[in-house]
Design a protein around this ligand. Structure first.
Ligand SMILES: NC(=O)c1ccc[n+]([C@@H]2O[C@H](COP(=O)([O-])OP(=O)(O)OC[C@H]3O[C@@H](n4cnc5c(N)ncnc54)[C@H](O)[C@@H]3O)[C@@H](O)[C@H]2O)c1
Ligand SMILES: O=C(O)C(=O)C[C@]1(C(=O)O)C=C[C@@H](O)C=C1
Length: 309
C-alpha cells in the first residue's frame, strides 16, 4: 500500500462505493482537483458500473469487493444510508487495517452505528457533503458540486485525529469548506434544514396530485414558481429519502411536531383574520432569505451548478 508521503494528494488511491450522484461527483472532482489519485469504482449494480465505465469516471470498476480493495487508502461509502451496513459488511474481509473508511450519508448517528457494527476495528471518519440535487445515477454527477459547499465531519471520541485531518484535507481539495459537528447535533440541524423541507415538498406535490381529479390537470398546467420549486425537491430519489426518514426518525419527528404547531398557529391566524400575525411572520422569513443571499449561501454562489446537467 502506498504511504501518504509518496503523493502530495491526501490519498494516493480512493475507492468509491456507490457510483450515483454523489459517488460520481466525487470521482469527477478528484479527476479535476487531484489528478494523481487512483479511483477505484464499486457499485453492486453491474449496469451502473458499465455506465460509469462508459463515461470513464474511474480507473477500475467492480460489481463486488475483492482483494484489490486492500490497495485503497480511503474508502468512501456513497450508498443510501440504509445500505451502509450491508456494504460495509461485504467489504470487511478485503480491507487493509490502515484503510480509512468514510461515507457521505445524509444522517450521521445511525450510519456511524452501522459502520462501527460492521467494521469494529476500522478507522472511521464520517462525513456529509451538504450539496446535492434531485437527480441520481452516474450521469447526474458534476465536478463542481462541492465547491464552496459545507462538508460536515462528525468524529466521536474514538476517532483518529490524523485520519480526520487527511479526510478534511481531501474535502478541502475538492473545494468544500469543512465543519466539525457532533453526530446527534448534525442530525437535528439537518432534520430542519434538509429533511423536513423534503417531507413538505413530497406532501404538497402528493396533495396536489390527489386533487388532479377535481382540478382536471390545472395544477400541472398552471403551476408557477412556487409549486414548480416544490416539484424539483419532490423528484428526489425515493430510496435515498425513504432511508433518511427511517434513519433520522427521532429528529425528524421532533421537528415535524414543532412544524405542525406553527402551521396550526398560522391556520388560526388566517381563520380569525389576524393579518398582523401573518405579516410579522412573512417579514421575518423574508429577512432570513435576504441574509442567506447576502452571505452568498444560495444557488447564486459562484461556481455552483456551472456544469449542472
Ligand atoms: N442526493 C443528494 O442530494 C445527497 C447529498 C448529500 C449526501 N447524499 C447521500 O449520499 C448517498 C448516495 O446518494 P446518491 O444521491 O448518490 O444516490 P444514488 O441513488 O444516485 O446512488 C447510489 C448508488 O449506490 C449503489 N448501491 C446501493 N447499495 C449498494 C451496496 N450495498 N453496495 C454497493 N453499491 C450500492 C446503487 O446501485 C447506486 O448506484 C446517500 O447516503 C445520501 O444520503 C445525497
Ligand atoms: O439541493 C438539493 O436538491 C438537495 O436536496 C440537496 C440536499 C439538501 O437538502 O440541501 C439534500 C440532501 C443532502 O444530504 C444534502 C443536500
Amino acid at each position: 500500500m502506498n504511504g501518504p508521503l509518496e503523493s502530495s494528494a491526501p490519498f494516493a488511491s480512493v475507492a468509491i462505493v456507490g457510483l450515483g450522484l454523489i459517488g460520481s461527483s466525487i470521482a469527477r472532482a478528484i479527476r479535476q482537483s487531484l489528478p494523481d489519485t487512483q479511483i477505484m469504482g464499486y457499485d453492486r449494480n453491474a449496469d451502473v458500473c458499465a455506465r460509469a465505465q462508459a463515461i470513464a469516471l474511474c480507473d477500475s470498476y467492480h460489481a463486488a469487493f475483492g482483494p484489490e480493495l486492500a490497495e485503497a487508502e480511503l474508502v468512501i461509502l456513497c450508498v443510501p444510508v440504509g445500505a451502509m451496513a450491508a456494504a460495509a459488511t461485504a467489504m470487511a474481509p478485503h480491507l487493509s487495517p490502515e484503510t480509512i473508511i468514510s461515507d457521505v450519508g445524509s444522517c450521521k448517528a445511525s450510519v456511524l452505528t452501522a459502520l462501527r457494527g460492521a467494521l469494529p476495528y476500522a478507522i472511521i471518519v464520517p462525513a456529509h457533503p451538504v450539496a446535492g440535487t434531485e437527480n441520481s445515477g452516474p450521469e447526474a454527477g458534476f465536478a463542481s458540486l462541492f465547491k464552496g459547499r459545507w462538508c460536515i465531519l462528525t468524529p466521536d471520541a474514538d476517532s483518529d485525529a490524523a485520519a480526520f485531518e487527511r479526510v478534511a484535507g481531501f474535502w478541502r481539495a475538492l473545494g468544500a469548506e469543512v465543519e466539525t459537528m457532533d453526530a446527534a447535533h448534525h442530525d437535528l440541524v439537518l432534520a430542519v434544514t434538509s429533511h423536513l423541507p423534503h417531507l413538505i415538498a413530497y406532501t404538497i406535490v402528493g396533495t396536489a396530485s390527489d386533487l388532479e381529479g377535481v382540478t382536471q390537470s390545472e395544477v400541472i398546467k398552471y403551476s408557477a414558481g412556487g409549486f414548480r420549486d416544490f416539484t424539483r425537491i419532490a423528484a428526489s430519489d425515493p430510496v435515498m429519502w425513504r432511508d433518511v426518514f427511517l434513519s433520522n426518525k427521532d429528529a425528524v419527528l421532533e421537528m415535524l411536531q414543532r412544524f405542525s404547531e406553527d402551521l396550526s398557529a398560522l391556520q388560526r391566524a388566517i381563520r380569525w383574520g389576524k393579518g398582523d400575525e401573518l405579516e410579522a411572520l412573512f417579514t421575518r422569513t423574508r429577512t432570513i432569505r435576504r441574509s442567506i443571499i447576502e452571505q452568498g449561501q444560495d444557488d447564486a454562489k459562484p461556481d455552483f451548478g456551472r456544469e449542472h446537467p
